[in-house]
Design a protein around this ligand. Structure first.
Ligand code: FMN
Length: 356
């Protein structure tokens, strides 16, 4: 691995801003736009690789039509994220090993058991002749140590409980989680004489202030999900995007729960995960004792009503978003988001000393 996180991805600017591999939402156009703005965009393959080849091909097309160049030859300057409980390893490797498809990074999350992390990390490294870096998203100090021992990731993505979408049902925010994880992993790597991974913080970071804070906690880069829900290039229903823009005070207006998965039928997640989304009528009805059958019926009616299902006090459609949702104020191109968040963070980090 390179001497710094950004050195491994020479088109990127420090501190590294990455876009989360949000399943169905972060496709080629969003991932490529983030990378072309000096960040690292991830395509969210999730548990289903049926569109992976076409998304990789679309990203190649976007890069070839732009002026974007990178000195790093032989890799596509985007990453791909997988949910290990569902994604098929063998078929994925067959796609990623094609010379034109080799991504800059793969992002592994939510294994059924820890051995999957080793199988995926070894498999990807072999299939891409070590060109693709291994990022593993973890939600606790314990998971971080296990991941480092079993798969030796190049990058550990440390996900705090403020994160939008799926994460540990019980967890800590990045202010405590990131430094404790760094200390524990550093100690382990010293004792075991193994290479220390880079650390990327994620969960609740929506602007340059959050990025600067994460860097002060010891992370070398950050990952933003919720903020990119309001990117022009996000593949997202207008009703969902409007609900993100309307939400504020995310600590009280979002909740991590398994109710949204149950209603949507996405129940294959391993135990211990929940999805954070804007608190809505589906959740309130569940809490107040409405039966699952009745709640599901109301949910299906909301699905049939389209974007209206995200409107008003009785909104029922799932709005996965993190506690940083209140900092997301408008829809902008991913390039503008990436450059602003990056330059604001750099400015804050430069000026902070003078403020003390
Ligand atoms: C709508 C949405 C979908 C997500 N989908 C995935 C996914 O498919 N795979 C994954 O590893 N993480 C996924 N995440 C979680 C992100 O990887 C990341 O941890 C989170 O977005 C960080 O917190 P933030 O949303 O506050 O920026 C998703 C997050 C959101 C908001």
């Amino acid at each position: 691995m390179a001497s710094s996180l950004t050195a491994a991805y020479p088109w990127t600017t420090s501190p590294l801003i990455s876009c989360a591999p949000m399943r169905l939402i972060a496709n080629a156009s969003l991932a490529a736009a983030v990378s072309m703005a000096g960040g690292l965009g991830f395509i969210g393959a999730g548990s289903d690789i049926s569109t992976l080849s076409s998304e990789l091909s679309k990203s190649r097309e976007i890069f070839s039509k732009s002026n974007f160049t990178t000195s790093k030859s032989g890799i596509l300057p985007v990453g791909v994220g997988f949910l290990l409980w569902g994604a098929p390893l063998k078929d994925t490797l067959a796609i990623l090993s094609k010379p034109e498809n080799i991504p800059a990074a793969v992002w592994l999350f939510a294994p059924r058991d820890q051995t999957q992390l080793r199988d995926w990390a070894d498999g990807v490294r072999k299939a891409t002749a070590n060109k693709t870096k291994i990022w593993i998203q973890v939600t606790s100090v314990r998971e971080a140590l296990d991941a480092v021992k079993i798969a030796k990731p190049d990058v550990l993505v440390v996900q705090g409980t403020d994160a939008g979408g799926h994460g540990a049902a019980q967890g800590a925010g990045i202010v405590s989680l990131v430094p404790e994880t760094i200390d524990a992993v550093t100690e382990h790597c010293k004792t075991a004489s193994t290479t220390l991974p880079f650390f990327v913080a994620t969960g609740g970071i929506s602007d340059g202030r959050g990025v600067a804070a994460a860097i002060c906690l010891g992370a070398q880069g950050v990952c933003l999900g919720t903020r990119y829900l309001a990117a022009t290039e996000a593949t997202i229903a207008p009703g969902y995007q409007d609900a993100v823009l309307r939400a504020s005070d995310g600590g009280t207006t979002t909740i991590r729960s398994s109710v949204y998965d149950q209603l949507r039928g996405t129940t294959e997640w391993p135990a211990g995960y929940g999805g954070r989304g804007v608190l809505n009528a589906s959740f309130r009805d569940h809490e107040s004792g409405v039966s699952f059958e009745d709640n599901k019926k109301l949910y299906e009616e909301a699905v049939a009503s389209g974007d209206k299902g995200w409107e008003g006090d009785r909104a029922r459609l799932t709005t996965y978003a993190g506690t940083g949702v209140g900092l997301v104020k408008g829809v902008e191109p991913a390039e503008a988001i990436t450059r602003k968040v990056q330059s604001d963070a750099a400015k804050i980090l430069n000026e902070t000393r003078a403020r003390l």
